[in-house]
Design a protein around this ligand. Sequence first.
Ligand code: ARG
Ligand code: ZN
Length: 883
Amino acid sequence: KEIFLKDYKLPDYYFDTVDLSFSLGEEKTIVCAKISVVPRVDGVAAPLALDGSDLKLISVKINGNELKEGDYHLDTRHLILKSPPSGNFILETVTEILPQKNTSLEGLYKSSGNFCTQCEAEGFRKITFYQDRPDIMAKYTCRIEADKSLYPVLLSNGNLIEQGDLEGGKHFALWEDPFKKPCYLFALVAGQLESRDDTFITCSGRKVDLRIWVPQQDLPKTEHAMYSLKAAMKWDEEVFGREYDLDLFNIVAVPDFNMGAMENKSLNIFNSKLVLASPETATDADYAAILGVIGHEYFHNWTGNRVTCRDWFQLSLKEGLTVFRDQEFSSDLGSRTVKRIGDVSKLRIYQFSQDAGPMAHPVRPHSYIKMDNFYTVTVYEKGAEVVRMYKTLLGSEGFRKGTDLYFERHDGQAVTCEDFFAAMRDANNYDFANFLLWYSQAGTPIVKVTSSYNAEAHTFSLKFSQTVPPTPGQPIKEPMFIPVSMGLLDSSGNDMPLSSIYHDGKLESITSGGQPVYSTVLRVTKGEEEFVFNDVAEKPIPSLLRGYSAPIRLHSDLTENDLFFLLAHDSDEFNRWEAGQILARKLMLSQVVNFQKDDKLVLDPQFVHGIKCILLDSSLDKEFIAKAITLPGEGEIMDMMEVADPDAVHAVRSFIRKQLAFELKQEFINLVKENRSSGKYEFDHDNMARRALKNTALGYLASLEDEEITELVLNEYKTATNMTDQFSALAAIAQKPGQPREDALADFYNKWQHDFLVVNKWFALQSASDIPGNVENVKKLLDHPAFDLRNPNKVYSLIGGFCASPVNFHAKDGSGYKFLGDLVVQLDKLNPQVASRMVSAFSRWKRYDDTRQNLAKAQLEMIVSANGLSENVYEIASKSLAV
Ligand code: ARG
Ligand code: ZN
């Protein structure tokens, strides 16, 4: 059943207080819920519909009187009380659930012997009958009763107000959460866990106890998570003025979790891979992800929990904003440019591709069948870009005024994206023109810019034109409000001062308290629009969309020489990287054409020279260099082609990599040697940057057929003292089939078989490999003793990993498609959310040639006709077929 934003109605009843009581058992769990119900309009007695799924109803009472069968209606999705009393009343239900049998990892389930919950978006209805929607905000208590030796730790939201022993080896704990919350933020954990404890003193001097709960043997791996939490708490006070509001903050890590983590009030639950880290077992990327996600979930306490969403269509209200906040947090603790490059790459690779396919939807979707399918890169990452644009337009101070007003107005409420917009506007008295279209129009705007210089008049003109491509359900689009941050470079590569702009029949001067201005933000709001800069002394080279100020595809008339110039000189580091990427994309596309014509592949010497200059520029940040010498991904290039050709793109990318390695071999070897370190592992920018550059160089070198290099790479593997270096070397060795690859993979498994997070890396490295015919290896790994289809991380590593290799997943014999099709059907019976993420790999099937299209389509058809298919998989598969 499809649900529409336009059908939103206020609830007929609110819930004021909710008292839950759990009796956790080995076969079944009993849940008692006592809810005080308040009609929205006094005296109006409408039926009260409660959501419920996979629940066994034991009893239901109103004001203490048990209801008989005719008083309510019960089906597989609802419990409907036909005629509740008018006025306030108390509703009591008793239900029975089977957490041990719950493989969907939604609602209450068991993970490695412990009980835990995941309620967002609509999992609370698998725990008890409830109005499972975020605009129902209530105060909760939660009593948990369980066997004391099996479940010594009993946790829920808020403060522990009572605990004690019971008969028969049982004990209980009673928790009270003083803040109103929607049910998706409810959490419960029970099990054998130990905590790393610390404290944080807030800006107003309150002491907060911090606890990170894990199995005892993992305690040493929680140091970085605790560091990250304290850093996040401090940062949110300093940058957003947000203080934590309780005296206790708990984090629990569980090995079986569908997503990354969940921001349940004061009881965040995490996928273990985003908590546990040690230098020996986690890479720099893992450390960075932990910092970002611990921050993200903590920041939700204000953006999501204190101020929540009216309905699930508003998801980006909390997720876009919280992603923006975690991006800024990571930027402030590391390198801003490098963080921005990573975030923009992610957006381009995943979100642009979603925007161009059958699942394209606006940041605020108009409809859904299963909400879980809308926890997307569009809602999260494009949503974060929308928040970033407010900041670009308003400046840091204006943006802060906007968020202050947002919290002041809406604390304790469930609100909409317009409410956030209104706070930004009202706090700054700013004219946001048609900015709201960013929430309602899907698709990536395409912006064309042409420039011209008038040497006599000393004017420089930029003409913009924009279009937004049609997307499912939205054939016609309106022009968007695009903030274009920009500057002009003179012939020595310096930023030129900007004096005034003629635009829309008006002359606007650009000044900042009498100081010269070198960078400005153009407000592009129309289909076609011109900006003319005055007093431009010489023909400039424009640096456009600095810092990637809007989530668009920009096509400019910059020449290759201009781009090489920007690569070498732009004061905006992001745009230096960008210029290099544009050049690389052009080069790769031209060679794809050569490959398809069976012509010889060639590498432009000017490109080699450009890369070499970056490599040797010791003034540059090492991590920036590593990013700047990394070619755009195969997916990005395929997205730019009329018909995606995975074999051609793979051949070209491999050729360019190998050719660069050949021509810059000595430089790369030097980089490896100069950037080794025998010191202790440190998670700081300088050390991470050093390792990134060394390992990128090593990856290039490993593409060569060369004895000396093979020795070097093997040696790097053997001498590595941390996972970052060890795994990079392993990946380098594994690029080519052969005995060294087999030996290294076997050695690595032997070393790490006791650590499932490391074993997952080992799975992913093999499954994502581009070596020919890899589907057979992946099939074998499905039977590996360490693999388990019920664990999402293992599925993401092995099956998700396989789909990340275009040559193998899109193999022309259809073997990759068949593999995935069969697995999706199997997986769907266990865990629909995970199956639905996997089936998404088919969604761009129309981008390929006829042979591939037919093979992929056959799998999608097989999937939609499977018996007992979940709504999750049905939505993605059927929408993919509909285009
Ligand atoms: N709110 C969580 C986060 O972003 C994610 C929850 C995902 N839930 C889901 N059913 N997909 O931090
Ligand atoms: Zn989130």
